[in-house]
Design a protein around this ligand. Structure first.
Ligand SMILES: CC(C)(COP(=O)(O)OP(=O)(O)OC[C@H]1O[C@@H](n2cnc3c(N)ncnc32)[C@H](O)[C@@H]1OP(=O)(O)O)[C@@H](O)C(=O)NCCC(=O)NCCS
Length: 165
């Protein structure tokens, strides 16, 4: 555990302390479980283990007590990064927790020398669109029929960008 990461952000939500910490390899199962509950195509623990042991990947977890209630994962290449996934456990959504998570994560990316951050989001994912708009991301592209929904419907993706410098 990176001590600086552990102490980076501590705040309270509904009375209980919530902390944002650098995610570790041992979090792979918990993150996979949260990912599976949040997305149509869940990533398995092995995929998370690969990500968490990759030096070009930056991952933060949101912890409340002993529970991991959110995460964000990015891949870095030169001075650019792509946010690969972000999720908050269903019972904790709508409380602004992802805003803090994204803000903290972007600060760390900047600390790694990242100048530009990209992401793809499903066009009709209103909470995620609102989150990224609020975090300063701007739409720079659109990918037609990029995702498949639960019922097989083809969904469009929006590409967003945020400059950190
Ligand atoms: C997207 C997600 C991470 C947002 O996390 P969250 O902690 O609930 O988000 P916040 O409480 O910070 O709210 C973010 C914004 O969405 C808005 N919002 C929340 N729920 C909403 C809803 N059902 N419809 C529309 N907007 C909504 C909030 O009002 C807020 O906007 P504001 O800053 O303008 O007030 C969370 O909904 C989630 O895990 N979703 C499933 C996984 C996912 O879709 N990840 C993003 C993939 S790119």
């Amino acid at each position: 555990m990176n001590l600086i990461g552990k102490l980076r952000c501590l705040f309270s939500s509904g009375g209980a302390a919530v902390s944002i910490e650098q995610a570790a390899l041992r979090d792979a199962h918990a993150l996979a479980q949260l990912h599976r509950a949040s997305f149509h195509r869940g990533w398995d623990p092995i995929e998370f283990e690969q990500l968490l042991s990759d030096r070009s990947v930056l991952a933060h977890r949101l912890r409340k007590g002993r529970n991991i209630i959110g995460f964000i994962v990015s891949r870095m290449a030169a001075d650019e990064a792509e946010i690969l996934s972000v999720a908050i456990v269903a019972g904790q959504r709508g409380r602004g927790l992802s805003r803090d998570l994204v803000r903290t994560h972007l600060g760390y990316l900047a600390g790694h020398g990242i100048k530009t951050v990209f992401l793809e989001v499903e066009e009709n994912n209103r909470p995620a669109r609102a989150l990224y708009d609020r975090a300063g991301f701007r739409v720079v592209g659109r990918r037609e029929r990029y995702y498949k929904g639960d019922d097989g419907t083809e969904l469009n993706a929006i590409v967003m960008r945020r400059d950190l410098s």
